[in-house]
Design a protein around this ligand. Structure first.
Ligand SMILES: NC(=O)c1ccc[n+]([C@@H]2O[C@H](COP(=O)([O-])OP(=O)(O)OC[C@H]3O[C@@H](n4cnc5c(N)ncnc54)[C@H](OP(=O)(O)O)[C@@H]3O)[C@@H](O)[C@H]2O)c1
Length: 268
């Protein structure tokens, strides 16, 4: 099986690198193509990829084609690929907001998977939600999941609406966590800690809390109850968040991302 990744940016290279470690593919069965010369020079230095220069040389040879360019490049790229593709090929798109139907119509094919990754894919801890056109077979779905899992976990969702919804939670979510981290680091600095110490205090707190959560069946609410005793320090902080409606504001933010994802999807 040959895989072609088009777009050697952050995400394209993340997937290409993840897949190169996968047992699903033989070495040198990953072709990578980018229109930027600089990026291709970088790709050429990576031994386990075949750096490709022209769509004509690689698109017809590929069984699976990853579309990893920015959405505003979709029209131009798909237009150039149309004459080179065939209906047996599987297309996995990570282009935010670009619908399955748009890709099917632009390429004149049916087998499309639309996926929404997130940034931690770069360190093998990503979450990629995905949905497929009904023409994608069970075996192809199995392959897709195997390939997506090489950058973390994958989650199959029922419809494209849930791709937009997962954009609001896991896609944009890492930034919400960074927002919280930034605020806690600023508080630590104001309390007199150095930047380095603030970073350790905050990062280990996040890692530890997530690990506790992952290793138990407790909900975040139950964990909060365990940490906060009446009249204590944690209760003071949680009460302050409650009084300031922080929970509602976070939900509002997640819905803002979800709604924006829907809006962007309307363009494609
Ligand atoms: N980064 C994330 O966290 C994230 C999360 C979810 C989804 N996504 C999606 O992932 C996709 C890729 O994002 P990214 O951050 O990796 O983008 P990126 O760093 O801009 O990489 C895209 C690459 O594709 C190249 N390219 C554009 N048109 C091309 C064409 N016709 N043929 C070959 N190469 C072409 C670009 O070259 P130029 O720079 O010269 O244009 C660029 O090197 C986007 O659609 C984005 O919506 C990203």
């Amino acid at each position: 099986m040959k895989v072609l990744v088009i777009g050697a940016g952050n995400m394209g290279l993340t997937y290409a690198t993840g897949m190169s470690r996968s047992k699903l593919l033989k070495k040198r069965n990953i072709m990578v193509l980018d229109k930027s010369k600089e990026k291709m020079e970088e790709v050429g230095k990576i031994a386990h990829f075949d750096a490709m220069e022209r769509l004509e040389d690689c698109v017809p040879k590929a069984d699976i084609i990853f579309l990893a360019v920015k959405p505003y490049h979709a029209e131009e790229l798909l237009g150039r690929m149309k004459e080179l593709v065939n209906p047996e090929q599987l297309f996995i798109s990570i282009m935010a907001g670009v619908t399955i139907k748009y890709i099917q119509d632009a390429l004149g094919i049916k087998k499309v998977v639309r996926a929404m990754p997130n940034l931690p894919a770069q360190v093998g801890k990503g979450l990629t939600s995905y949905v497929s056109a009904e023409e994608v077979s069970r075996l192809e779905l199995f392959m897709t999941e195997g390939l997506l899992d090489t950058t973390g976990k994958s989650l199959r969702v029922k419809s494209e609406k849930y791709i937009d919804a997962s954009t609001g939670i896991s896609g944009s979510g890492p930034a919400y966590v960074f927002y919280f981290m930034q605020s806690m680091m600023e508080a630590a600095l104001q309390m007199g800690f150095s930047e380095n110490v603030s970073k350790v205090l905050v990062s280990q707190t996040f890692t530890g809390a997530v690990e506790l959560f992952n290793q138990s069946n407790l909900t975040p609410d139950s964990w909060m109850e365990r940490v906060a005793s009446k009249g204590g320090t944690t209760r003071a902080a949680l009460d302050s968040m409650q009084d300031n409606n922080v929970s509602e504001l976070i939900k509002e933010a997640a819905f803002a991302a979800f709604n924006r994802a829907v809006e962007l999807g309307e363009e494609y």
